[in-house]
Design a protein around this ligand. Sequence first.
Ligand code: MV4
Length: 451
Amino acid sequence: MPKRDIKRILIANRGEIALRIIYACKELGIETVAIYSTADENSLHVQLADYAVCIGGPSTKESYLNIPNIIAAAEAWEVDAIHPGYGFLSEREDFARIVEMHGLVFIGPTPEQIAIMGDKVMAKKTVKEAGVPLVPGTEEPLEDVEEAKRIAAEIGYPVLLKAAAGGGGRGMRIVNSEEEMEQKFLSASAEAEAAFGDGRLYLEKFITKPKHIEVQVLGDEYGNITHLFERECSLQRRHQKVVEEAPSPSITEEQRRKLLDYAVKAAKHINYRSAGTLEFLMDENGNFYFIEMNTRIQVEHPTTEMITGVDIVKAQILIAMGEKLPVDTKNLRINGHSIEARINAEDPENNFAPSPGKIELLHKPGGPGVRVDTHIYQGYTIPPYYDSLIAKLITWGNDRNEAISRMKRALSEFVISGIKTNIGLHLEIMNRSEFLSGKFYTNSLEKWISS
Ligand code: MV4
């Protein structure tokens, strides 16, 4: 018997990740309770869960962010635990705390760990104590424009202003010279205040042409931590990742050892529990710098699952039951290569405008090494209220070339009609020489799109 038996889980999310969590629960023999908004009545997570509760109107504030209604549903349906998925309430310290106050298990890290990593300045301070390198910059929030100018002069322009409460690029500004500082400082701070209710900023040396490489970790409540290797996530548009892969095609075995060691040291330092991801930038000299930690399951977790064989969502649930790390760490190794293409309902020809609507025709690709994580089905109408991710196409190959070949043939086979998608853009990416050679950075995709 586990330390804490979990027989029924409420899934505080929607879309493909709600399905992903239902799959893990079914395989573990755990019952599921879906929550849904009035706009999601016809969603697959409502159909596939054992029970489903409508908790509010279409806007996220009324439904997927509505803590009182979610807790009421959890109590009425007598669940033992809540899985928050990604986005929505997944990184809200207050939500994790409220769940625990109601005697329920929050499937994730502790509220304290969410709070530390949610404050990017505190996160950096904490990780630094563990001996992990940071980008040169401030270690406290900036007091005012004058302090920002003084510190930027010390470390040298260009610098990047970031929001302490940040994430997703909001409240972020590149500052190329002292003349630009005042205006950028004020606009970044105002943007952060509006977005997060917290206008505090910090500053870092701007790394030009960085690679974004992140490390998946898992921790249990007994202080055991393991890494599950790294993912390369450099291809982004407007701070949304578009293609991810595991392992990174652009680091040596020696660099990998160093990177993974940094991540495990940082996670051990805070006794991290559950699944988490440490984000690093790699500069052109191959140096790694910690930038932030995500305290949730991530969209791109399947790539890691494909190369390690570890079911990360099941691991989260078993850890929440009080089990020791459910991973055979002795035999952990990288098996092959995996790539994920995020398929969005958007129009690349029209500045990537959202393209909700009815899926008239759907054919999903299959065959060896192909996984499709999606909640769409033929006849389903994508509502306009939520994010545009409609499917994740994940391929696996014995090596990167095979994963890419499978991605190309799977993209070519994928049929989604009635709405616009970015499938064509993915095919273009898979044929880019820079992608094939691994010579791409966080700014590459936007350059390719605009040219
Ligand atoms: C950086 C950086 C360069 N130098 N930090 C973007 C989102 C957030 N998680 C961290 N991000 C970055 N941090 C330093 N010190 C480059 C990015 C970055 C970026 C910056 C400006 C405009 C577009 C960008 C796209 C990806 C990453």
